[in-house]
Unconditional design. Sequence first.
Length: 88
Amino acid sequence: MARIEHICADAAIITGQADGEMYFRLGLMHANGRGAEPDYVEAHKWFNIAAMRGDARAVFHRRELSEEMSADQIAAAQRAAREWLSVH
C-alpha cells in the first residue's frame, strides 16, 4: 500500500496537483489503518507534509496523533517528512 501511495504522491507533484488535501488524506489512511494496521509514524509524516502545504486540519490531527506516540516515533516521523521533502 505504501508504495502505491508514494507513486500517487509523486505523480501529483509532477502534474502540479499536489496540495495539502492529498497529503492530509494519506495521513488519515495511515492513522486509521485503512487496508492495513495503523502506522502512526507514516500518518504523522503525511500530516506534517499536509500542514506545510497549508492544510489546517493536518495540524490538529498531527497534534492529536502525537499524544499517542513516543518521542522516538515523533522524531522518526519528522525525519521521514524531511527526507521525503528533500526529494520532492
